[in-house]
Design a protein around this ligand. Structure first.
Ligand code: KG4
Ligand code: ZN
Length: 349
């Protein structure tokens, strides 16, 4: 299979995205229409609002992705090999928009339709460079998911741990809200944490004994800290906000990175990968690299390019390519595929 062009479609939450990727690696186009401004007004995503916006933006975004990849609408059925679409996890109404569009196009253009797990998409965003060496320990850190996975080969996963409550991105978003920052909170916290001192307001480092995570305690600790400061008559100045943001970011990155490193050690990983929206966090990347030095690890550390950290369709096309390559016959026959809001990552059959 050479020069296989796959159209990817992603609408699982609040980004409307379409992309064309060659051979699972070369991103020819990756168009993302973000709904962030819309959801800032409500401080988070309202599913019905997100779905309506997908309905308006999706076809123009697909058109633009095809055009940027040098594919006209007329030539699409010949030039494209397949269509990959996010099947879940995500918001049902948002997923339905992408799935309906992809199913319709696959039927009209007589192309295979590849349903892709959104989190697997994040994982495959690390495939833009050379082929990774298995086994890999992957930490997925997004708004809704936080998993530590031993990745043994394409479609072969062993789950080591996950969050017992909030995902790391969700904790970033909620703490940002407590600090009066806008949605999405992760980049905002990162921005102000640069001007803060993490030692002024030390926060607990949540450390379950297993490879699981827990972030609801640290979020509550921030809530109580702000309340105590206010009760003591202290004005919450911008500097205090910066210090709390720095302390929060430090605690979360400390526990995420330590578990990732310990898992890599225990399972003799040949590479360490970070995936999902929070992988854009520069402090997290820094701490992981520092700990790798501490352990004298000579293995490769990969995180996606910044453009592929948060939700995008290129990652869906990438994961779709490897699924298709493994079992092309499975996708040849056109069928209706239902989106699944709680779709777990499963081993490929
Ligand atoms: O993967 P993603 O785009 O969507 C989901 O699949 O959930 O992740 C979004 C999450 C949000 O919670 C956002 O606050 C967080 O990723 N995020 C960050 C950064 N950029 C995005 N968190 C920390 N630091 C960042 N630089
Ligand atoms: Zn995501």
């Amino acid at each position: 299979m050479t020069s296989v062009l796959i159209l990817g479609i992603e609408t699982s939450c609040d980004e409307t995205s379409a992309a064309v990727v060659r051979d699972g690696r070369e991103v020819l186009s990756n168009v993302i229409s973000s709904q962030i401004e819309l959801h800032r007004k409500t401080g988070g995503v309202v599913p019905e609002v997100a779905a309506r916006e997908h309905a308006v933006k999706l076809f123009p975004v697909i058109d633009s992705a095809l055009k940027k990849a040098g594919i006209s609408r007329k030539s699409a059925p010949e030039k494209l090999y397949a269509i990959a679409v996010a099947k879940g996890p995500g918001l049902m109404t948002s997923l339905l928009m992408g799935m309906n569009a992809a199913t319709t196009l696959a039927l009209a253009w007589k192309l295979p339709l590849i349903p892709v797990n959104h989190i697997e998409g994040h994982i495959y965003a690390n495939f833009t460079e050379s082929s990774p060496k298995f086994p890999i320990v992957v930490l997925t850190v997004s708004g809704g998911h936080n998993e530590l996975i031993l990745w043994k080969g394409h479609g072969k996963y062993q789950f080591l741990g996950s969050t017992l409550d909030d995902a790391a991105g969700e904790a970033f978003d909620k703490v940002a809200r407590l600090l009066g920052l806008s949605y999405p909170g992760g980049p905002e916290i990162q921005k102000i944490a640069k001007h803060g001192d993490p030692t002024i307001f030390p926060l607990p480092i949540p450390y379950p004994q297993t490879f699981d995570f827990s972030f609801s305690g640290i979020k509550t600790a921030v809530l109580y800290l702000l309340r105590d400061l206010e009760n003591a008559g202290k004005k919450i100045t911008p500097q205090i906000r910066h210090d709390i943001a720095a302390s929060f970011q430090e605690s979360v990155c400390e526990v995420l990175s330590e578990k990732l490193i310990q898992a890599a050690k225990k399972f003799c990983a040949k590479e360490i990968h970070l995936a999902g929206g929070v992988s854009a966090n520069t402090r997290l990347r820094e701490i992981i690299l520092k700990k790798m030095q501490r352990e004298n690890f000579k293995i490769k550390f990969r995180c996606p390019p910044l453009s592929l950290c948060t939700d995008n369709a290129a990652m869906i096309a990438m994961a779709g390519y490897f699924q298709f390559k493994k079992n092309p016959r499975k996708y040849k026959k056109w069928r209706i595929i239902e989106p699944l809001p709680n779709l777990p990552i499963q081993n490929w059959r």
